[in-house]
Ligand binder design. Structure first.
Ligand code: GL7
Length: 826
């Protein structure tokens, strides 16, 4: 336990109310038994992976006890939260579990006694990358906080065989490699062959009159898929509670296959099976853009239907009917991906359980809630009516009826214009007929929330303005948060130890206790220790950069970090333009006292997003030139780290000095990387966008660097047709950097490579890169100067750590619990 990285692992006495882990003297024996009887290996033959699995299984046994306890303790009557999400970007679970159970020391000792290093085997675990980016990672943080706050909850999603692709960078170009995360088995999951549901697709609907004059709808589906449950325990802090993440895997319904097989059509039987099982084969790699494919719609319906059937079955086991469903369950739809739940819950209640339509609508709209995560019009999901008719014929009828009643209720409340109907109808008729999933989710929900104050305000004013006028109490804000367990305690153990020393162990349980740091920000001895911790983290990152890219960087330099999906609205290219301009400036004035900087980038581009891939290539080409130019050595370096994922984020974030949050104002709904970086002491350079606005409120405007157009200014500027050319004409620096990149100064092997990218900026520049360039440049130079005043820099850095407690996902989940779900918080 002398290991400095684990100072927080002994549970402090001060942790009031925390359930202490039971002493477990047998960890060593447990690991050995698992190695022998579950892995089937002898100590002498065991390799790292065997040790990892054996240890994970031994730890899992401790989890299972608490899991079963949690379920038993909860009792059927308690209200449950159901988090429906097509994505859960979990990352690794081993260390997270061990850490949350407070048994890091025990496990480390047991392994050390066997000659095995915990840190080596924890690196063997593949990331569970069942998500694209912020939206999926948020779901994972929420699962952890739900368990921590002792809220009974299920996460519902898909068990993809292949998670988000692995990114390889070959000569600067992104290549996608399948992420076969299950190939060595997954010790955390429990297959539940007995928990399965039939999910149907296609076919037709027969309408049969009943004697009482009502009409019964009988759906004769064309295809049946079996959804099989796989459960993963989600452990809260100090093992207080363990909830279930239930992910569905698609299986062909065997009888059908067998029948074809018996007919002799073996190939056809297998083909059918492949088609069915494709549903849970792979995660769509699109981020903040809709996938728009039939398979995606099948995925969405598949997991939504299975999850609803599952929770309705449990409800019916204990209650005579569904009238009290809203008292016992709250469903959260994570974006519109599960929005078909509105129609499916209605169908299950009305068609399968004979609930009257009005009563079913009351139940549905009291149970469902919807989170919107983006307002970019091109990113809002819609499905062609023709596709819906073919894949979900009964659901399209239900959607039509919901739409009819919705429009009728407006008419009852007064005049409605054709314009308003067009605005609020669930069917968009402007480019072919399409079902608008956002409005469907809105109408079918009790509460609709945005993910930052600014984003929620924009929801009310733009995309949902008409619906908001009709239902003024429905939209509410729940600013995102992050779990401090993963993003501080686990990712930055040295800083955690320092914080415990400075403000006491309650900081482990209560994020707001970080504010105690305010007392020591002025203490030079403390600051030196803080800087020393950061220095070690930066050395580790420097090693990682060298290992992954071959680039050698100086840990004493300012580490300037932009890590997130590659997207034009996130404006990595703005950062790259500034990088190229800085390079030119250093070369022009080599003797100035430049602040040494390392520009660190990481992120994946959607596989079909050509411009995003070109932006990666630009980062790479800049790196080639800059890193090999002796004139700027020691002042500027550029590194693009391949294969950004949760595990890499855990290494980069504790080592970042500067956090780049430079999206076009109004377009980043929240961001969560911004919170993780500030929590670990990075100073933010950012626009007034998403949660940056609230970070500024929390840390104080003097401790964050804000630049550029505001959201309303950006909107107005975009409407000026010549905004880009004017911005370029006004900025010789920008003009010259565009010329350089556009004419091939960084791509001598293919001088025209970036002509299109630069041309796009010159012509329309929809993300206002040119308009914000000068302000960004100036802001960066201000930070250069600040770096030369280390006392001030570190004071600001520390104040960021001290003041971001509010961004704990415990706070976010508490707000959801109180206002949206109406469940007690433990
Ligand atoms: C996102 C937003 O882009 C991001 O700003 C937000 O932090 C996140 C979680 O709320 O949701 N919306 C979205 O479609 N994706 C996001 O990451 C993919």
């Amino acid at each position: 336990l002398k290991d400095a990285t684990l100072a927080h692992e002994a549970p402090p006495e001060a942790a009031a109310g925390a359930a202490q882990p039971r002493p477990d003297p047998d960890m060593r024996e447990a690991i050995l038994a698992k190695l022998r009887f579950a892995v089937g290996r002898d100590v002498s033959a065991a390799r790292d992976h065997d040790w990892y699995v054996a240890t994970a299984l031994a730890v899992r046994d401790r989890v299972v006890e608490r899991w079963l306890d949690s379920i038993a303790r909860t009792g059927p009557e308690k209200k449950h939260v159901y988090y429906f999400s097509l994505e859960f970007l979990i990352g690794r679970l081993f260390f997270d579990t061990v850490s949350n159970l407070n048994i890091v020391g025990e496990v480390r000792q047991a392994l050390a006694g066997l000659g095995v290093d915990l840190d080596r085997i924890r690196a063997v675990e593949p990331d569970a990358a069942l998500g694209n980016g912020g939206l999926g990672r948020l779901a994972a943080c929420f699962m952890e906080s739900l368990a921590t706050l002792d809220i009974p909850a299920f996460g519902y999603g898909i068990r993809y065989d292949y998670g988000l692709f692995r990114q390889a960078i070959v000569d600067g170009w992104q290549h996608e490699i399948p992420e076969d995360w299950l190939s060595f088995g997954n010790p955390w999951e429990f297959e539940r062959p007995d928990i399965k549901y039939l999910v149907r697709f296609g076919g037709s609907v027969e309408m049969v009159g009943r004697p009482d004059g009502t009409i019964q709808h009988i759906w004769h589906s064309a295809e049946t898929v079996v959804a099989v449950a796989f459960d993963t325990p989600m452990v809260g802090w100090r093992g207080r509670r363990v909830n279930t993440l239930r992910l569905w895997s698609a299986r062909a319904a065997d009888p059908l296959v067998l029948e074809a097989f018996n007919r002799g059509d073996h190939v056809g039987a297998v083909a059918d099976r492949m088609r069915v099982e494709a549903i849970s084969r792979v995660l769509y790699p699109s981020d903040a853009t809709p996938a728009g494919q039939e398979l995606r719609l099948r995925q969405e319906f598949f997991f939504t239907s299975a999850s609803l059937q599952d929770l309705l079955r449990r409800h019916r086991e204990r209650h005579p009917d569904f009238s009290n469903l809203p008292d016992h369950g709250a469903i959260q739809l994570n974006d519109t991906h599960p929005a078909i739940a509105v129609a499916e819950l209605m169908r299950l209640l009305v068609d399968e359980h004979n609930v009257r339509w009005d009563e079913a609508w009351r139940i549905t709209t009291a149970t469902l809630n919807y989170t919107n995560h983006t307002l970019m019009p091109e990113a809002l999901e819609t499905w062609p009516v023709e596709l819906m008719e073919r894949v979900l014929p009964r659901h399209i009828q239900i959607i039509y009826l919901i739409n009819f009643l919705h429009l009728e209720s407006l008419a009852k409340n007064g005049e409605i214009s054709a314009d308003l109907v067009r605005q609020v109808s669930l069917i968009d008729e402007s480019h072919g007929r399409r079902v608008r999933m956002g409005p469907l989710a809105f109408i079918g929900s009790r509460r609709v929330n945005g993910v930052s104050a600014l984003h929620t305000e924009l929801m009310r004013k733009t995309v949902f303005s008409d619906l908001h006028a009709l239902y003024p109490d429905r939209i509410t804000n729940k600013t995102n948060g992050i779990t401090f367990r993963r993003w501080l305690l686990e990712a930055n153990p040295d800083l955690t130890r320092l914080l415990v020393e400075a403000v006491g162990p309650q900081v482990l349980d209560d994020a707001e206790a970080l504010s105690g740091l305010e007392r020591v920000v002025g203490d030079p001895a403390f600051r030196d220790r803080f800087v020393a911790v950061r220095r070690r983290n930066k050395e580790r990152l420097a090693q990682e950069i060298a290992a992954r890219t071959g680039v050698k960087v100086d840990p004493a330099a300012l580490f300037d970090v932009q890590i997130k999906r590659i997207h034009e609205y996130k404006r990595q290219h703005l950062n790259l333009l500034e990088t190229a301009a800085l390079y030119a400036a250093i070369k022009a004035e080599p003797n100035r006292d430049w602040t040494p900087r390392v520009k660190i980038f990481a992120g994946k581009a959607a596989s079909s997003y050509v411009v995003a891939k070109l932006i990666i290539k630009l980062a790479y080409d800049l790196a080639q030139v800059i890193n090999n130019d002796p004139d700027v050595r020691g002042r500027l370096a550029v590194a693009f780290l391949p294969n950004y994922n949760v595990s890499l984020a855990e290494i980069i974030i504790p080592a970042a000095d500067l956090s780049e949050q430079i999206s076009t104002a109004g377009l980043e709904a929240s961001g969560t990387g911004n919170m993780k970086l500030a929590l670990n002491g990075a100073i933010t350079i950012g626009t007034l966008d998403g949660a940056n606005v609230e970070i500024r409120e929390q840390v104080g405007p003097e401790n964050i660097t804000i630049f550029g157009l505001t959201a309303p200014e950006a909107l107005a500027r975009k409407a000026e047709p010549d905004h880009a050319s004017r911005a370029i004409a006004a900025s010789p620096r920008l003009a010259s950097v565009l010329d350089a990149i556009g004419s091939g100064a960084f791509s001598p092997d293919d001088p025209g490579r970036f002509a299109g990218l630069v041309g796009g900026l010159r012509d329309h520049d929809p993300f206002l890169v040119t308009d914000d360039f000068d302000a960004y440049w100036e802001a960066q130079r201000g930070l250069d100067e600040l770096w030369h005043r280390p006392e001030e820099w570190w004071r600001k850095s520390l104040l960021n750590v001290a003041r971001v407690g509010w961004f704990s996902s415990d706070r976010t989940i508490r707000e959801y619990a109180e206002e949206i779900w109406r469940v007690p918080v433990g």
